[in-house]
Every structure is written in C-alpha cells, then in structure tokens.
Design a protein. Sequence first.
Length: 129
Amino acid sequence: MAASLTIVGVNYGGVTGYQVPAKWQTGLNDAGAVGNIVGALLNGYFTPKYGHRKVMGVNLILMIAFIFIVFFAPSINILLLGEFLCCIPWGVFTTSVCSSLQDGLLHLLTCFRDPRMLLRLLLWLCVVI
C-alpha cells in the first residue's frame, strides 16, 4: 500500500483498503482542466507583453515549485491546490507552442510567394545543419 493513500485516502476496509473517494478524484481531474484554461489565458496576456522566452522561463520555475506542493501534500485539499497550480504552467506550455509555430510558419509560407526566399531558407538550413 502506498504511504500517500493513507494521507489522502479513506479506509473502506476489507480488500479495498485505502482509496481516494470518487468526488475527490473528479475534483482533482477538474482542477487540472481549469488550471489549463487559466494558463492559456495568462499566456495570451503575458507573452505579447514580456516575450516567449521570459514567459517560458518563469513557468518552468513555477512548475518546479508547484511539483513540490503536490509531492509533499499533507492533505487532499493541498493536493487539489497543487494539482490546480501545476496545470497553470501546462496551459501556458500548450498555447505558447502554437504561437511560436505561427511565427515560424510565417516565413515558410512567404517562401511559396517568393522563390528567392525559399532558396535563402534552404541555404540557411544547410549552414545550420
């Protein structure tokens, strides 16, 4: 039996033993979804203001801090809070990739309009690789 189940679980006795109740399992799942949405909204606000690199760096540091909350949660309430906070950076990560790709695709789509741009891009790729 995992030691964490004795902290956050309820003893149902018999073969079942300690289990996390269904309402808390649902709450943990929903907190993650809400955290992703909040992170996506925060990314839309902070990325144009501070740039991709700073926003990603701050969220990587926040992710490290929030993992400690989940790992050392003394109760299921703190586990719920940690789950919510961990999913905020994940929401930022998922939406920042799309905006970064959009910047890269702009150059690629310009190549179809101007063949010289395509040659420059291919030359640049040969130099980089």
